[in-house]
Design a protein around this ligand. Structure first.
Ligand SMILES: Nc1ncnc2c1ncn2[C@@H]1O[C@H](COP(=O)(O)OP(=O)(O)OP(=O)(O)O)[C@@H](O)[C@H]1O
Length: 679
């Protein structure tokens, strides 16, 4: 180990799938120097820096940072100050909150952070410290990012293109400050830049091309060696030489011959660092504050999380499940003139077999049925054909007398009487729900009319009645379709809201680089996941409570079972959605992919999970598929608690809950494994 070395990289290889990005790369940075890493776009500079700070892992080769091999032991995060290429600060933070967030992660006291905040604001000409990051200009954001890299007074500063977007005066200020830090604090700096002449005065430059280091030395020595006055020309000459020789070429100063480098051309795969499960209250506190600020400063997200679930449920409760209204039907009453029907309204109903058509029609009332009287069946049927009515009723001429004959003569009734005592109905079944509702309504009303007449005449009512429907244990005939829908919709709303919230926050952090920057600053993956988990759990809890208050207390949907058990199933649904959200955020690298994966599973889940249509109406294969989904069986559990009053002691309830727990465990494990293997 060379104690004068700040960073040594030896024989590094790194590939993304088939593309080799670092190809036998070696580089050496002494303590107390500024090292300018130069290279064309896409040559692997950022990849190298990511490997140095632990964001990525080498496929083979060795890295030593301040004498520590990060493959063997973690480099203390307080040693390194890191400014990534992306801004990597939460846009919802203010400048002050950004510095406090990273300072707190590094374990720096509030008073010191405040001191440094004042110092950096002055030095880097930052706007007022209460200004939101999203309202700062690109150059301001870059300077804030630079200040964050300095907040922990690091021994090694790694800066990925820090001067992009800065005006020459600010660039000058930044460079002067770096030279002062190196002089005063014996700090080492690795800096990448596209502006080659910018590094003219650094202590050492490294030229990188196609994953290899072409040369590293002081700019002066390189200029003398290549007999030119421009570093740009040096780079061009080196590049040409590499093309001509097409073999690794290294013009190296004596430092590159250090013993570590010479002895470590192992070519073996890097060892995985053990998964860090340390949890610090300080870092968790910083993460919670970050999550809270991101939540409440994001008005759209807050609205989405807290108002939308209630709105969705409200729409369901108002729009679905109520009885149909104003269904137009056409009626042809051949029995009597229309005016005769008015007579029976004032006539006391006795055992009289007259105007039965009118009596039947008087039971079909507004608001559900709207009757349109016609004198002629052909005209009525034409209305059905035109789609103006949903059904046509034709009451025969001798309906009442034939009805009496049917009752009196029983099986001896003539065929004519049997036919004449039947009302012919043509129904438009293109809308199954409406068609069936008309059918059921007509059958029910005819059943009531028959019973009334038999009662008036003191005949036994069982005479014409083949079924005696009774309500016993569960459910009432008067229960609306909403009662069936509520459990599934509650679970689905919670499940998908939870997915969307989780995906939105995590992907934003990952894409913006904040996740990785926090890791480099010392936060562990477990802490990030735990902080997200607890924050999301609080949001899910609020969502569950507002949905339950709306459904069961404001809209007064009856629930037979235990309120707390309903809450447990809904919370588990939320956690299930959250773990699926974690999974989506980990495997997707951007918002649009995550959206496809989230919305892509919405319809299959909602359609085949028995939320809208009973599972019994599906094929067996589909039913088994649905059972494995995180919504189907839990919906049945919830339905059993709400409608039947069952509890967790009942297998039908606990099994659905078990499915949720299994989903949570499996998805959680996949997330942890995926996070371990993605570097
Ligand atoms: N996660 C990734 N997956 C696949 N390829 C990647 C990934 N990250 C980088 N690359 C590819 O690796 C190569 C080197 O990328 P890198 O960002 O390290 O280059 P760079 O030198 O920093 O470029 P620039 O100066 O433009 O930022 C590029 O071709 C890039 O497309």
């Amino acid at each position: 180990m060379n104690l004068h070395m700040s960073v040594s990289v030896d024989n590094a290889f790194k590939a993304y799938k088939s593309q080799t990005v670092l190809n036998d790369f070696s580089m050496h940075v002494s303590k107390g120097v500024i090292y300018g890493l130069l290279g064309s776009s896409g040559c692997g500079k950022t990849t190298l820096l990511n490997c140095l700070v632990g964001r990525k892992k080498l496929d083979s080769g060795t890295i030593s940072i301040l004498g520590i091999n990060p493959e063997i032991a973690a480099v203390p995060s307080t040693y390194i100050g890191y400014m990534p290429q992306e801004i990597a600060i939460a846009p919802e933070f203010t400048i002050s909150e950004s510095l406090h967030y990273f300072g707190r992660i590094h374990g720096i006291s509030q008073s010191i952070i405040n001191e440094r905040l004042v110092q950096y604001c002055k030095l880097l000409e930052l706007p007022h410290h209460n200004k939101l990051i999203r309202k700062c200009s690109g150059g301001e954001q870059r300077r804030i990012s630079f200040a964050i890299a300095l907040i922990n007074n690091p021994k090694l500063l790694i800066l990925d293109e820090p001067t992009v977007g800065l005006d020459p005066i600010l660039r000058e200020i930044m460079w002067n400050y770096l030279f002062r830090l190196v002089k005063d604090q014996y700090l080492s700096v690795i800096i990448t830049t596209h502006y080659i002449e910018e590094v003219r005065h650094v202590h050492k430059v490294g030229f990188m091309r196609q994953g290899q280091l072409l040369a590293e030395d002081s700019p002066d020595k390189l200029l003398i060696y290549y007999k030119t006055n421009s570093l740009e020309k040096v780079f061009l000459r080196l590049s040409q030489k590499q093309l001509e020789e097409s073999t690794p070429l290294l013009y190296a100063c004596e430092e590159s011959l250090n013993p570590v480098a010479a002895n470590t051309k192992t070519g073996c795969r890097s060892k995985q660092t053990p998964y860090n499960i340390n949890i610090s209250v300080n870092r968790l506190g910083a993460l919670f504050k970050k999550n809270f600020l991101q939540f409440y400063r994001n008005l759209g997200g807050t609205f989405f999380s807290l108002i939308l679930p209630v709105l969705s449920m409200l729409v369901l409760l108002i729009a679905i499940g109520d009885d149909f209204k104003d269904i137009n039907i056409a009626v042809v009453n051949n029995e009597e003139l229309k005016s005769s029907c008015d007579v029976i309204k004032t006539t006391k109903e006795t055992c009289s077999f007259s105007y039965l058509g009118c009596r039947f029609l008087s039971t079909l009332k507004e608001p559900s049925i709207h009757k349109n009287m016609y004198e002629n069946t052909e005209v009525a049927l034409r209305e059905l054909e035109k789609g103006n009515v949903w059904a046509v009723l034709n009451i025969p001429k001798n309906f009442s007398t034939a009805f009496r004959a049917r009752i009196d003569d029983g099986i001896h009734a003539s065929e004519t009487d049997l036919n004449m005592s039947q009302i012919t109905v043509w129904v438009d079944f293109t809308n199954k729900q409406i068609g069936n509702s008309i059918k059921i309504k007509l059958i029910e009303e005819m059943f009531n009319l028959q019973n009334n007449i038999l009662n008036e005449c003191s005949y036994p009512t069982a005479y014409l009645t083949m079924f005696d429907f009774k309500e016993l244990f569960y459910g009432k005939e008067s229960d609306k379709f909403t009662t069936f829908l509520v459990p599934g919709i509650l679970l689905t709303v919670i499940f998908f809201m939870s997915i969307t919230n989780t995906v939105d926050t995590i992907i934003s952090d990952r894409v913006g680089g904040l996740w990785d920057r926090s890791l480099v600053a010392g936060v562990t993956t477990v802490e990030i996941l735990l902080a997200h988990f607890i924050t999301q759990l609080v949001i899910v809890l609020i969502q569950v409570l507002e949905l339950m208050i709306l459904t069961f207390f404001i809209y007064k949907i009856k629930y037979e079972g235990n309120f707390l058990e309903i809450m447990v199933i809904l919370l588990a649904g939320g956690v299930c959605g959250m773990t699926y959200g974690f999974f989506v955020s980990i495997i997707c690298t951007n918002h649009s992919r995550a959206n496809f994966l989230t919305t892509g599973c919405f319809y299959p889940v909602i359609l085949i999970s028995g939320v809208i249509w009973p599972l019994e109406g599906m094929s067996k294969v589909l039913q088994y598929c649905a059972f494995s989904f995180p919504i189907a069986l839990p919906t049945q559990s919830l339905r059993n608690i709400i409608s039947k009053g069952w509890n967790f002691a009942n297998f039908e309830v606990s099994f659905g809950f078990g499915v949720q727990v299994i989903w949570i465990i499996i998805l959680g494990l996949i997330c942890v494994c995926q996070l371990k293997s993605t570097r």
